[in-house]
Design a protein around this ligand. Sequence first.
Ligand SMILES: NC(=O)c1ccc[n+]([C@@H]2O[C@H](COP(=O)([O-])OP(=O)(O)OC[C@H]3O[C@@H](n4cnc5c(N)ncnc54)[C@H](O)[C@@H]3O)[C@@H](O)[C@H]2O)c1
Ligand SMILES: O=C(O)C[C@H](O)C(=O)O
Length: 260
Amino acid sequence: MKVRACMYDGGKLHIKVILGWGNFVTGVGASGASGQIGYALVPMVARGIMLGADQPVILHMLDIPPAAEALNGVKMKLVDAAFPLLKGVVATTDVVEACTGVSVAVMVGGFPRKEGMERKDVMSKNVSIYKAQASALEKYASPNCKVLVVANPANTNALILKEFAPSIPEKNITCLTRLDHNRALGQISERLNVQVSGVKNVIIWGNHSFTQYPDVTHATVGDKPVPELVKDDAWLILCLQLVVLVELKLVVLVFVLEAD
Ligand SMILES: NC(=O)c1ccc[n+]([C@@H]2O[C@H](COP(=O)([O-])OP(=O)(O)OC[C@H]3O[C@@H](n4cnc5c(N)ncnc54)[C@H](O)[C@@H]3O)[C@@H](O)[C@H]2O)c1
Ligand SMILES: O=C(O)C[C@H](O)C(=O)O
């Protein structure tokens, strides 16, 4: 329980008490909600994993008309699950309806890259989507809306969003760019048979694209350097190149690693 506001008024003390921030229902917008990530994400939001176990939410799910039926299916699943924190579900293909009143927006909707494409190759398609969605957030979302961009190229889309939703504070807009770091941690933890949480100081230089350079020079497990523990420069090079080459989905390296 928290005291949110306190006011003295001619002998009476008015105290506004809230339980966490759970007295207020937060509108959470999720674009691309019937896609692979969206379908996994919305139940997590409804369960309180994103905003906390005392935060009721109304989910506003947006997708495009060809996905309307699938989106409605996602809504039915959410209703079936009877999440106690879920106070309402809007499933819509109308960007204005999706953005109206939301205080958190998770932007997953977009054109995913196909085999052989780089993330910048989907930029032209996703730029126009992001302009339209940013304008709707600018006009209809809560003025202090927090925005998380997932759709690629995530950092460029976040920049577009910032440009086209100028009244949303810049510090409220961010994007997911940790994936390559986590990927490298995962490869090293598998190789050394240690917990991911034990792998420290891996660095990813560059962008979430073909320009990235995973660097384990300073990486450690316990107090030991990773290169010393792996004792196999060829594996390190291949493994880290694999992280980079996921960019181009050149999975042929998987076979090289398995054959090694
Ligand atoms: N930043 C990261 O770490 C990261 C990680 C994985 C995937 N991604 C990106 O996330 C995005 C989604 O990936 P996915 O695997 O769920 O793809 P997906 O194709 O399964 O889902 C995308 C969804 O977006 C919808 N969509 C397309 N245009 C839309 C629009 N204008 N408005 C609203 N919805 C729209 C599609 O109908 C679909 O339901 C892709 O751009 C992918 O590259 C980012
Ligand atoms: O490959 C993609 O474009 C999706 C995501 O960014 C990834 O790296 O898996």
